[in-house]
Design a protein around this ligand. Structure first.
Ligand SMILES: NC(=O)c1ccc[n+]([C@@H]2O[C@H](COP(=O)([O-])OP(=O)(O)OC[C@H]3O[C@@H](n4cnc5c(N)ncnc54)[C@H](O)[C@@H]3O)[C@@H](O)[C@H]2O)c1
Length: 254
């Protein structure tokens, strides 16, 4: 049986995708398998290039701190020069910090909001003019169950606020750019096993968390990558402003 290529001919940009066990690289891998050419963005050029090389020769890595507006603009201009087009943007880069509300200081607040929320704005602002020119595009933004339930497991209130901000920003972009054929959606994962939480959950805590997950397991990176693949592909051609939960049933809405 031949494999279906859902992203043939498409160029995808994924931020924060160099982390070897992260959701971004898993998404890049799945996109590449489905025929996309992928531009991997991350803080470090060597890491981003190595991650891209691991996918094959058609893919490239770029150093791009999403909190730096000029870097976002310059990187996206380079990608358009080198790939000729951009069909998909996955705003995946993010950081977390476990803090109680009264312990959040100004620097922590700024850092968490900058990477998780400001970064979505800057990278989307850099990509949207090209998508407008093409009169099509799909932007998928990484939020979290933490936005919906006021705290995930590890992130502090500033992380919840930033990820809730992503939901509002993405919906506003969906409204403004639908006329240009551009779709904007969010994914809200539950607890996914990556380096962001590795070694931070005790066996007891893990067992306790599992009692609240109907599917009775933590998520894997491909569980989230699959949702991004759907949003990037034409299978979701009439879906915009949506939020897709990938949480094993941890939060079932009324
Ligand atoms: N793992 C989970 O349980 C979970 C749940 C919900 C949401 N998320 C979100 O998923 C996304 C990916 O996280 P992950 O779990 O794969 O963790 P990860 O730490 O493996 O990946 C995050 C990546 O973002 C990169 N990054 C950090 N700051 C950056 C910046 N300023 N510019 C560009 N890149 C930057 C890191 O270098 C890293 O490669 C994050 O936005 C995270 O908040 C994760």
């Amino acid at each position: 049986m031949s494999e279906t290529h859902l992203l043939d001919g498409k160029v995808a940009v994924i931020s924060g995708a160099a982390s070897p066990r992260g959701i971004g690289l898993a998404t890049a891998r799945m996109f590449a398998r489905h025929g996309a050419r992928v531009a991997i963005l991350d803080l470090n050029e060597a890491d981003a290039s190595a991650a891209a090389a691991s996918l094959g020769a058609a893919h490239r890595g770029y150093a791009c701190d999403v909190t730096d507006r000029d870097a976002c603009q310059a990187t996206i201009e380079r990608i358009v020069r080198e790939f000729d087009r951009i069909d998909v943007l996955v705003n995946n880069a993010g950081i977390t910090q476990p803090a109680k509300l009264l312990d959040i200081d100004a620097a922590g607040w700024d850092r968490i909001l900058d990477v998780n929320l400001r970064g979505v704005l800057y990278l989307s602002q850099a990509v949207l003019p090209q998508m407008k020119k093409q009169r099509s595009g799909s932007i998928a933004c990484m939020s979290s169950v933490s936005a919906q339930r006021g705290g995930g497991i590890l992130g502090g209130p500033h992380y919840s606020a930033a990820k809730a901000g992503v939901l509002g920003l993405a919906k506003a972009m969906a409204r403004e750019f639908g006329i240009d054929g551009i779709r904007v959606n969010c994914v809200t994962p539950g607890l996914i096993q990556t380096d962001i939480n590795a070694g931070k959950i005790s066996d007891e805590k893990r067992a306790e968390i599992l009692t609240g997950i109907p599917l009775n397991r933590l998520g894997g990176v491909d569980d989230v990558a699959g949702a991004f693949l759907f949003l990037a592909s034409d299978l979701s051609s009439y879906i915009t402003g949506a939020v897709i939960d990938v949480n094993g049933g941890m939060l079932i809405h009324g």
